[in-house]
Write a protein that binds this ligand. Structure first.
Ligand code: PMV
Length: 349
């Protein structure tokens, strides 16, 4: 017997956190200890492309990541997303008085195939892009209405911030329904802003963010201080800097946030060491460059991995590219370094 297959494909880009999310108040629901802000890159560079399909003929939910079949049953976060999607779909179908065909579709199994065009799980927000694309595609497949950032958040916290472009704030909230992401300014707000990405290592990280955060919450006293005394001020200050296109204020907060994230990681017991020697060389180079000009023209930030994200402004981008190229073989095709220069303001298609 032949069965009809319904299919939707979506892609979502990665986002780079400026105010970092590190630590959960509820691990099951992915509720963060603090609000965070990130910049979503444009679609052309680091992105996940995900196809979701459903059919009466499918016998179980199945997932392939970069062509490799994944375990679905024991993946709690994926299960949370699928359960939420199905429950929203059912509720909305009931409200619409949907016909039997539509209800049958919701009860069918789902196949998912996702592809990243960049190294997976190397601190390049692969799960953020992946879950954002997945939840968006599932939302389309079942014609779901409403704020899907809450569902993407269940897959990977930072994924909720990849559901929109520009600078996006993830408002911590207190529970399931109020922990959501909202666009702060659209992609065209800051046309001069540029991002460089230096892939220092393509290796998969040893400790994922969920395990790392759990250890930090349990053992780092710096994390508690950060959440109560540091982040609230920085959130306000970075929003003002973004609104006013104040690059040097933005850059300073960005670097201090990265440094504090990695200080918290080092303060975790046993310590989480995500940056390597090359990462540290990049930090030194950025400060040397800014010192040379006596003004802040370049900023770094690192997530839970050794790879660097650098922010600069259009007028400095060529010079920065040359320096990175000379120092790190940026864009040279070397197997350890892959550089990308991204215009942050290009609109999402
Ligand atoms: O979304 P997760 O669970 O992979 O956590 C991401 C954590 C950081 O990337 C280090 C910071 C952030 O805000 O994205």
């Amino acid at each position: 017997e032949e069965h009809e297959i319904e299919m939707v494909t979506c892609s979502a880009p990665v986002n780079i956190a400026v105010i970092k999310y590190w630590g959960k108040s509820c691990e099951k629901k992915n509720i963060p200890l603090n609000s965070s802000i990130s910049l979503t890159l444009n679609q052309d560079h680091l992105k996940a492309t995900t196809t979701v399909a459903t059919s009466k003929g499918f016998e179980s939910d199945k997932v392939w990541l970069n062509g490799v079949k994944q375990d679905v049953v024991n993946n709690a976060r994926l299960q949370a997303c699928l359960n939420e999607i199905r429950s929203w779909a059912r509720k909305q179908a009931a409200r619409r008085k949907a016909d039997a065909k539509e209800l049958l579709k919701i009860s069918q199994k789902i196949h998912i195939a996702s592809q990243n065009n960049f190294p997976t799980a190397a601190g390049l927000a692969s799960s953020a892009a992946g879950y954002a694309a997945l939840v968006f595609a599932l939302g389309q497949l079942f014609s779901i209405e409403g704020d899907l950032t809450r569902i993407a958040r269940r897959g990977s916290g930072s994924a909720c911030r990849s559901m929109d472009g520009g600078f996006v704030e993830w408002i911590a909230g207190t529970d399931e329904d109020d922990s959501i992401a909202k666009q702060f300014v659209p992609e065209m707000h800051w046309p001069e802003l540029r991002v460089f990405i230096i892939v220092v290592s393509k290796k998969k990280k040893d400790i994922g963010s969920t395990g790392g955060m759990k250890n930090s919450v349990e053992t780092s006293s710096l994390l508690q201080y950060r959440v109560s005394d540091v982040v609230p001020h920085r959130l306000t200050a970075v929003k003002t800097a973004i609104l006013e296109h104040d690059f040097s204020a933005f850059a300073e907060i960005c670097m201090k946030e990265s440094n504090q994230l990695h200080a918290v990681c080092q303060d975790t017991y046993p310590p989480l060491l995500y940056m390597n020697d090359t990462s540290k060389e990049i930090v030194k180079l950025v400060h040397k460059y800014n010192d040379f000009y006596g003004s802040t023209r370049l900023a770094y930030t690192f997530d839970a991995g050794p790879n660097a994200f650098l922010f600069t402004l259009d007028p400095f981008a060529n010079e920065v590219a040359t320096i990175l190229n000379e120092t790190f073989g940026f864009n040279s095709g070397d197997k350890f370094f892959r550089g990308l220069s991204v215009k942050a303001n290009e609109p999402l298609p």
